[in-house]
Design a protein around this ligand. Structure first.
Ligand SMILES: Cc1cc2nc3c(=O)[nH]c(=O)nc-3n(C[C@H](O)[C@H](O)[C@H](O)COP(=O)(O)O)c2cc1C
Length: 343
């Protein structure tokens, strides 16, 4: 461990402002932060857990992991290196990480990602028919690897077809799952003041007359226009986008937080390359589809954590609107002023 350094309050707040730009399931922003002398703590916000959509809490833990990686990148962008302890308190499983600014130079790759935080968006539209070149996909795979996760591009046509079938199956099964529709309704119809949830302006509707099975999560109100599907072509997948599956060896909370950090690293790196990205989590939320991913698509014992779609934006695609985030005042926990036990 390196020596902890004290960083000014303004630097910490600026880094947290960027950390909360992290992607999260349904834009629930399921995190709480506590600033302590020499450290920032990340806590999962159990009241923002989607119990019906995400019964395993995988999405919640991945979302927090993504925010943790965003914080590391944001600190690196101001030349601050960090040490991170995952699950530092055995008596509190919601305390996911403690980040300590330390002496020394931050990782150059992390520092490069900082400016991409405000440029990244979840892009659910049809992408270009021109696929991302293999060397860029290799770079994304390497980035996931440095965060302790495995990213596998599913490019072989037969495997891709099985993956798409698993995505469509998950979307169909989940629609009738008790509580799923209510959660979707709640998180797509948020009052403006809530500054969370998925706005219609970032969701595109399937083209009228579509009969193909839909592989994307259907969010309801859709205000985002996209190019019409060509007759006879699939509305969501008949473009050059590549689907990649993010895996970890085990499925503990620590591994899911690592997978979340890898997600952030992959999405930010792709953004820096000019690529568009969409996280897809339905196939890991539904047990039967998750099993199909492991067994029939990948043939591995590893644990699928997320599917990520990557491609060039379609020619002439308009910039996507910013998705709201809650202000820091809503996610900061007051410093713990209780006296230590026995004092
Ligand atoms: C763990 C996780 C799961 C997600 N699952 C999906 C999904 O299944 N479908 C989708 O369109 N977006 C999904 N997203 C993207 C979020 O909806 C998105 O991050 C959020 O609405 C904020 O928008 P932004 O990414 O553009 O900032 C997921 C994100 C995370 C981190």
């Amino acid at each position: 461990m390196s020596d902890t350094i004290l960083v000014g309050a303004a630097t910490i707040r600026a880094a947290l402002e960027l950390a909360v730009r992290a992607p999260s399931v349904h834009n629930t922003q399921p995190w709480r932060w506590r600033i302590r002398p020499g450290a920032v703590e990340l806590h999962a916000d159990r009241f923002r857990h989607l119990a019906a959509t995400d019964p395993d809490r995988r999405d919640l833990q991945l979302s927090c992991g993504a925010a943790l990686h965003h914080l590391r990148a944001a600190f690196a962008g101001t030349d601050v290196a960090c040490d991170v302890d995952l699950l530092p308190d055995p008596e509190n499983r919601f305390h996911l990480a403690t980040v300590r600014p330390v002496a020394g130079a931050p990782e150059p790759a992390l520092r490069r990602m900082a400016p991409w935080i405000t440029r990244r968006r979840t892009d659910r539209r049809r992408m270009s028919r021109r696929p991302a070149p293999p060397e860029l996909l290799d770079a994304l795979v390497a980035r996931a690897g440095t965060e302790g996760a495995r990213l596998v591009p599913v490019v072989e046509p037969g495997k891709r077809a099985v993956l798409l079938a698993a995505l469509a199956e998950a979307a169909t099964l989940q629609r009738t799952h008790p509580g799923y529709a209510a959660e979707l309704q709640r998180w797509t119809h948020r009052p403006t003041a809530a500054q969370d949830g998925v706005p219609a302006a970032n969701v595109s509707a399937p083209p009228i007359g579509t009969s193909a099975a839909l592989v994307q999560r259907q969010f309801g109100p859709a205000g985002l226009s996209r190019a019409p599907a060509r007759p006879g072509h699939h509305p969501d997948v008949d473009d050059g986008a590549v689907f990649l599956v993010l895996l970890t060896v085990g499925d503990s909370t620590v591994e899911r937080v690592r997978a979340g950090q890898a997600t952030s690293a992959v999405l930010l790196t792709a953004t820096g390359m000019g690529l568009a990205t969409t996280p897809f989590s339905q196939a890991v939320e539904v047990h039967a589809s998750r099993l199909r991913l492991r067994r029939d698509v990948l043939g591995v014992a590893d644990q699928p954590q997320l599917v990520i779609r990557v491609g060039w934006p379609a020619a002439g695609a308009a910039p996507l609107p910013d998705v709201p985030r809650r202000p820091l005042s809503a996610v900061l926990v007051e410093p713990d002023t209780r006296r230590p036990r026995g004092a």
